[in-house]
Design a protein around this ligand. Structure first.
Ligand SMILES: [Zn+2]
Length: 434
């Protein structure tokens, strides 16, 4: 169990990091440097030599390596991002960048996404320095910029330009996993991420014949576009079970005493109740139309119409996704990726997964660990280019009524002090035994 100082520090670091406004508005509008310097100074106090790296001035990443006791062991990456999504102060009960600690809860943007994890990593590394703990494997710690936008100034830049810093890393743990999911029936479920869907943000362009709005026009770009996006939006994507989702369904079915009927997943999801939320977005690919652009005057038929679609594909599902989009858009509408990332799949039979599970079960007795696949993505996608298998593991024990998924990017984002203490305990135990 982490010592009293680590417990104090994780709370203080979370609050301090929240107070350092690292809002990422996209388009390069963000400055992580003060948060990076804050983290680097805390690491340097332990005798480590953190490296600060920037592709763009102000967009700072921090990487440090803790040498393990077994030089033949593969290294482990532990990463957290420093930037946060914007917050509109008027909507909040407390100022989103106050880092206020009230009634045992730390408030502010980044409290769960993911300055909490950054603070846990820092608190654990510092506790090890005090106690003279050396992990078995080298542990590479990375705090990244730009996760909430393109990652081009963050993990993408690190993977492209500084791969040597991650030498020997075969596995990584980072964002989103091992938080408490309350099923409403008194059970605590701890989903550990062992996969991510890939992101395919699409731009659709329909071309047609421009002309007067009062004339006959069978080549109307708006009509063509709307037909295509209707087909896309209404498409029933076939069920595709990846290894992680298959395991998640099997384990959840067992937890509820249900027969794991994987040949009728929709019926099984119905029976799982609220726990179905952990898997329902990852049993198939998806494509949701989100933006439309066309025309400039009501009596003028434009020659072109554009739509944007948020597409996501499962591990192994990208080829099918592409072929389906070709079919759904048809001959009059072109589509292209505006943003494209890979899907990830991590093994569940690895010693690392077993150790994450054991660490959670030790500190959350009665909790049920299940694997899950993230419907979206994290920095793990970028690090995967270095051959690093990514898991989502940022442990938090949350009380009932505090919905982790709703706090993510939400108003009144906050984290209980006790949840941070649990996180430090679990992360410390896992990293020591990893
Ligand atoms: Zn995040």
């Amino acid at each position: 169990m982490a010592d009293a100082q680590a417990r104090d520090e994780v709370v203080r670091f979370t609050s301090d990091l929240i107070r350092i406004d690292t809002t990422n508005r996209g388009g390069g509008d963000c400055r992580e440097r003060p948060a990076a310097e804050y983290a680097a100074a805390l690491l340097a106090e332990t005798g480590l030599e953190p490296t600060l790296l920037e592709r763009t001035p102000g967009r700072t990443n921090v990487v440090a390596r803790i040498e393990g006791s077994d030089p033949s062991a593969e290294a482990l990456l532990v990463h957290g991002h420093l930037d946060v999504v914007p917050a509109e102060a008027a909507d909040w009960s407390v100022h989103p960048f106050s880092g206020e600690i009230r009634d045992g809860v730390v408030w502010g943007r980044g409290a769960v996404d993911m300055k909490n994890m950054d603070a846990m990593i820092l608190a654990v590394v510092r506790a090890w320095a005090r106690e003279g703990v050396r992990p078995r494997r080298d542990v590479v710690v990375a705090f990244t910029a730009d996760e909430e936008a393109s990652a081009e100034d963050g993990s993408g830049f690190l993977a492209d330009e500084h791969p040597h810093l991650f030498e020997g890393c075969t596995e990584g743990v980072g964002e989103s996993g091992a938080f408490t999911f309350h099923d409403g029936g008194g059970r605590e479920i701890y989903p550990i991420a062992a996969g991510e869907r890939g992101t395919g943000w699409l731009k659709l362009t329909a071309r047609g014949r421009a002309g007067h709005g009062s004339k006959v026009n069978r080549e109307n770009a708006v009509t063509r576009l709307s037909a295509a996006i209707t087909r896309i939006g209404e498409h029933e994507w076939p069920l595709r079970l990846t290894p992680t989702v298959r395991a998640a369904l099997t384990e959840l079915a067992a937890l509820y005493g249900l027969e794991a009927r994987l040949d009728d997943v929709d019926a099984l999801l119905d029976k799982l109740g609220p726990a179905a939320r952990l898997v329902e977005a990852t049993v198939r690919n998806s494509a949701n139309p989100t933006m439309l652009e066309a025309g400039y005057k009501i009596n003028v038929i434009p020659g072109e119409a554009v739509a944007y679609v948020d597409g996501r594909y499962l591990p192994g599902g990208e080829d099918e996704f592409r072929a389906t989009l070709d079919e759904l858009t048809g001959p009059d509408v072109d589509w292209e990726f505006q943003h494209h990332t890979v899907a990830l799949q991590a093994p569940l039979d690895s010693p690392t997964y077993a150790r994450m599970r054991a660490a959670v079960e030790e500190f959350a007795p009665g909790g049920h660990v299940v694997p899950y696949c993230m419907s979206g993505g994290t920095d793990a996608k970028q690090f995967s280019r270095l051959g690093i298998t990514g898991y989502g593991f940022a442990p938090l024990r949350l009380p009932e009524g505090l919905d982790y998924q709703a706090l993510f990017h939400g108003v009144d984002e906050r984290v209980p002090v006790e949840a941070l203490h649990f996180g430090v305990d679990v992360l410390d135990r896992f990293l020591r035994t990893a």
